[in-house]
Design a protein around this ligand. Sequence first.
Ligand SMILES: Cc1cc2nc3c(=O)[nH]c(=O)nc-3n(C[C@H](O)[C@H](O)[C@H](O)COP(=O)(O)OP(=O)(O)OC[C@H]3O[C@@H](n4cnc5c(N)ncnc54)[C@H](O)[C@@H]3O)c2cc1C
Ligand code: SF4
Length: 458
Amino acid sequence: MIESLHHLPHAAGTHAALSERFTDLAPALTARQAAIESARCLYCYDAPCTRACPTGIDVASFIRNIHEGNVDGAAVNILKQNIFGGSCSRVCPTEILCEDACVRNHDAEGQPVKIGLLQRHAIDNAHFAGHPFQRAPSTGKTIAVVGAGPAGLACAHRLAMLGHDVVVFEARDKAGGLNEYGIAKYKLPGDFAQREVDFLLSIGGIEIQYGRVLGGNLHLQDLHTRYDAVFLGLGLGASRRLGLTGEDAPGLAVAVDYIATLRQAADLAALPVPRRAVVIGAGNTAVDMAVQIGRLGAEEVTLVYRRGVEAMSATDHEIEIARANGVRIRTWAAPHEVLLDDAGRVRGMRFEETRLLDGRLAGTGAFVDVAADAVFKAIGQHMDAGALSDPLAGEIEREGKEGELRIHVDARFRTKLPGVYAGGDCVAPGQDLTVQAVQHGKLAALAIHDDILSKAEA
Ligand SMILES: Cc1cc2nc3c(=O)[nH]c(=O)nc-3n(C[C@H](O)[C@H](O)[C@H](O)COP(=O)(O)OP(=O)(O)OC[C@H]3O[C@@H](n4cnc5c(N)ncnc54)[C@H](O)[C@@H]3O)c2cc1C
Ligand code: SF4
């Protein structure tokens, strides 16, 4: 996936030493810290944190459980709304979700309750004898789920709870979607993502078939005929292009491809690492890429964005992480030309300085060169058109800009094709967050269940 970087030197140091740089970003709370932190919660009536959580976790209630020493109860409270409560506690941008809404932001302390860390404390310290949820009696129905990411698996788990059998079709050879292949290694270290998948599957009734690619060796028409309903949780598998000459030159790579390779690397010391890296983009993927390549040993890392810092989609917290890791952030500069050396390899990137002219982004005509041995594109993902290429899939309405279309769904995650539902990053509404994908999957499962029951009654 990152063949274009194979001419670069390998990361300096041993795998063990490099791994040390990818341990947990934030240390876990001790039991004593959790007790003190949980005592700060005011247990608000109509708690704003719960309204701000996309999965609607009853935050005050699980924090009260922790305060009372009932960690298992707290974990069940979290998991009944969000079966990915463990990974969400680590990856949610809480500073724009639950913690942003905490009333403690506005009292003398001016600090929200550490909801994410308390959630993590509950999930990590719960001890269940078996899976905490029972399956309802069998409905005799089987649902196909395409994509084993947070959306697909959250849907599969809820369907299994409701008594349906589920077959998940996954293109890759591991489940978890971007939890396994995309999220920064220091947010979900070790085998956390796989352990969470194993926990989720332990409810029973879910089979996963790997290496099954919708639009390749799997067709929507067959799924539609063979199963009682189909859920699509395809994510955004294709990367945007810069549209510049030299884009495929050695030294230019797609950030998500590098991150996936890093996440799967058995030996971090075998990864190619440039001395100077440029990352183009402004979102969390760009920040994750910049921080991780720095931690692997790149000496100079420059993140370049065509607008100002205030327009970056990475949260302030992420931008602080980038700065704390020595990433230089260069704004108001748009990619203009890939600079190549005599051997045709990347030696840098030329940017045109930009400004706002009558509210629109415009080039100034001034150029700046940034030297780099590798340039990583983190300029956005879109849906892989190949997945929905069979004739039946053509009936699924899409929306958005040309080349960046996503699946159109109604408020209950139904597509225009009866019996076919979709959720997660591949659908139009949303913020492209793990927690939101989980909520889409959960709500789609409830809609599938209701629709199947109403059909049976009719
Ligand atoms: C680098 C990166 C960092 C991120 N960091 C954060 C973060 O810190 N916090 C946060 O909340 N969110 C983060 N996100 C966003 C978050 O990961 C996604 O919103 C979430 O994973 C979406 O879940 P999903 O199930 O819709 O899609 P995905 O996780 O992408 O899963 C889709 C699954 O479908 C499979 N699939 C795709 N096409 C096919 C096909 N044709 N046939 C069969 N299977 C198919 C894929 O292999 C994959 O397993 C990050 C994203 C990226 C790219
Ligand atoms: S799932 Fe995320 S947003 Fe919801 S309460 Fe937990 S950390 Fe906050």
